[in-house]
Design a protein around this ligand. Sequence first.
Ligand SMILES: [Zn+2]
Length: 345
Amino acid sequence: MKCFDWPTNESEIFSSWVYRQSLFSKSSTLDREDIAQLWTSCALSEDLDPDFTASSAFARLACDALNIRMDQRAILFQAPSAWIIPRYYRRSFCYGCLCESIANFQFPVFRKEWCSVATVVCDQHNTPLLDAVDLTAPKLNIAMKVFQLYHEQGLRCISASRYNEASQLFDSLLRMQSLLREFEFRGVRDGRLVNESGGVELPEWRSSKFLISLFLYPKFGLVNRLIPYRALHNHNYAFQQSFNLGPLIAGVAHRRAAIIILGWLHEVFSSDEDHGIEQFIRSAGNTVGFTDAKELGAASNGFSPEHSALISRRLMQWKIECINGRMQQFVSGFMESAHAKNWND
Ligand SMILES: [Zn+2]
């Protein structure tokens, strides 16, 4: 079919492919100017996720212009996870993948995987992902922009993404990343549990997302106290909105820290096989103020009495303390800290 004369890559986000198509395809019905105009006209629309929402204005109009049949669209917009970073905050990438796509397609390609909250390393190049720190607005040519930013400010990307620390923890991060993927997709395959929005979730995936969100709560969440950060938004969101937003706006270094702490609570790593983890947990503990899982629970509770009661109820309702001994200590530390706050009030 003529509109596919420029190679599609199933792992590439739609806007990246459409942009490449407009530059290189000999028979595309959308040239570079058309696509830029379409992008500008849709850029301010509320439904702007041109990559994973086939019904968004940009995706619909671009597909119509390219005569892509309805049944061909599903694969283009298939997301790597249901937990996706919104377009505005996507900035993580693997430099090895960018270079490989330039070698294969003569142009950088932005991979779908990098848009997933729980993806923090590249399992193809065995390297931690980096953040293009100054990429702040959605870009049609996002892969090219990221490639340029890396060449202009590579050292800033490397230090803000805490690349060296992540390289030392690479094996553990990869293990946790695979485990989280398994939690998410085993639930989908088995169809065992349906969540509030009608999706299917394993309890392990649900509780992992909850704890990652707890650690990444904007401003005073555990990880934001551990790694100083530049706030990406100044809005005063309600508690639940902020809770959901934390992991979506967090940089890759923050997401990695939350995932490592979660792995430690899940007792995925043994101290014998992975000294790096114990070292990371110890240095995090020194910074944020904990020496064991119970104190980690208390240190994770910077919330108002009302909100910590809400979180405690959720932890109990989902029986998170039943996962293992360390998780039990964590939950009891969090809840005792909540009670102490209530008594002081
Ligand atoms: Zn890669």
